[in-house]
Design a protein around this ligand. Structure first.
Ligand code: NAP
Ligand code: FE
Length: 368
């Protein structure tokens, strides 16, 4: 059993983590750029808490609230300029995965004025990024604990990640209370993302040792919540904690293992049909689990012990996936799959049995 586990972010977890640990901000500097989306940071109370904590520590701040879903490199680049103008010592991202991922990119742009938006993908620059603090407000991506930032290239409309040690936050404040304002639909989609992380990571060869324990802890935890969401059609307050901490465990799983083929296939649905990220990945759950059963039967057996067995788990996940009548023709599917013709993504080879470009097109064309 060989594995490397590295996750250097200091996570401050629990109720009122931001207020109770305000002094942690001081370790990052005397001024910051707060990065948010349009509404949620205010709505969930996290911005208020952050501002109180910064004021208590005499830290200056300015706010950049123009990060949208599936964050654009152009918006992150603009925020990098705003950070320089504000003479920010660090970036504080408050939001869902989109804002958290954007904050990691903004920290790189901020200290490297020579970078054009697209240059971020070259992964070369002269100065270290500014330190980043994060406050998560969704229970999905686990970006709080991953060395990944998923960005959208405005020119191509395609999602493309950057990753590496420079994408770790210095601090993550993890308080499930901020997820209480999430409506049912976003709660479901983000929970499906967390479940996809746990399950896809679980079936990779890297999922051994303590990471396997994390996966085996969060798979039943998130699955139990999904089952309740499916049965009740609403979100009980008691689900917020298990969903949020489940998403962090699942983040730790993908941080070591990466994801499998549902993630890149899901990007096609998000980019071209506006399907939210978690829902888009979960649309391929049945195809994925069928291949796991075929090519990794022992692990699949364990997975079904952690959940409810193949029919029940598929039925729960599929009951929560709503693709709004979306269908993809053979021709369209082949065209989408052209993106994988030059290089098969790591997510395909990491999936049990692997996946070819032709098989990916076949799976896309069977969607309904
Ligand atoms: P999101 O795109 O960050 O947010 C979705 C929506 O939820 C936005 O409209 C946002 O509003 C709203 N929202 C956020 N928190 C809320 C709250 N507490 N109450 C009410 N509304 C709230 O969703 P996400 O699923 O967390 O992030 C998805 C992104 O993360 C995708 O780009 C995906 O590719 C990426 N991702 C990253 C990783 C990683 O390891 N880094 C892993 C998986 C996925 P506002 O716009 O007003 O904020
Ligand atoms: Fe994801």
């Amino acid at each position: 059993m060989n594995s490397i586990v590295y996750m250097p972010t200091k996570c401050l977890c629990g109720k009122n983590a931001v207020i109770n640990n305000s002094s942690a901000f001081s370790s990052l500097g005397k001024s910051c750029l707060i990065v948010t989306g349009k509404k949620s940071a205010v709505l969930c109370g996290a911005l208020d808490d952050a501002v109180s904590a910064l004021k208590k520590e005499n830290i200056e701040y300015e706010i950049f609230n123009e990060i949208g879903e599936n964050p654009l490199i152009s918006a992150c680049h603009r925020a990098g300029e705003a950070a320089r103008k504000a003479r920010a010592d660090f970036i504080l991202g408050i939001g869902g995965g989109s804002v958290l991922d954007a904050s990691k990119a903004i920290a790189i742009y901020a200290s490297n004025p020579e970078l054009s938006p697209i240059d971020i993908y070259k992964r070369e620059y002269s100065s270290d990024p500014l330190p980043v603090a994060l406050i998560g407000t969704t229970a999905g991506t686990g970006s709080e604990v991953t060395a990944v930032s998923v960005l959208t290239n405005d020119e191509t409309g395609r999602k493309k990640s950057i990753s590496g040690p420079d994408c770790y936050a210095a601090l993550s404040f993890c308080d499930p209370k901020y997820t209480e304002s999430l409506p049912y639909g976003i709660t479901v989609s983000t929970a499906l993302d967390a479940f996809a992380h746990a399950v896809e990571g679980y079936f990779t060869e890297k999922c051994v040792g303590i990471i396997e324990l994390y996966a085996e802890k969060c798979i039943p935890q998130i699955y139990g919540c999904l089952k309740e969401l499916s049965q009740s059609g609403s979100v009980s307050p008691s689900l917020r904690e298990p969903l949020y901490y489940g998403s962090l465990y699942a983040g730790l799983v993908i941080n070591t293992c990466g994801t499998a083929f549902p993630h890149p296939l899901g990007y096609v649905l998000t980019e071209n049909y506006g399907i939210p990220h978690g829902m888009a990945c979960a649309a391929f759950f049945s195809d994925f689990i069928d291949r796991c059963l075929l090519f990794a039967p022992e692990k699949a057996k364990k997975f079904f012990e952690l959940t409810d067995g193949i029919d029940e788990v598929k039925s729960v996940i599929n009951s929560l996936v709503d693709l709004k009548g979306l269908s993809i023709s053979d021709e369209e599917a082949k065209n989408y799959a052209l993106r994988w013709q030059d290089a098969i993504p790591r997510n395909f080879t990491a999936s049990p049995g692997g996946l070819t470009q032709e098989e990916a097109a076949g799976i896309l064309a069977q969607l309904s």
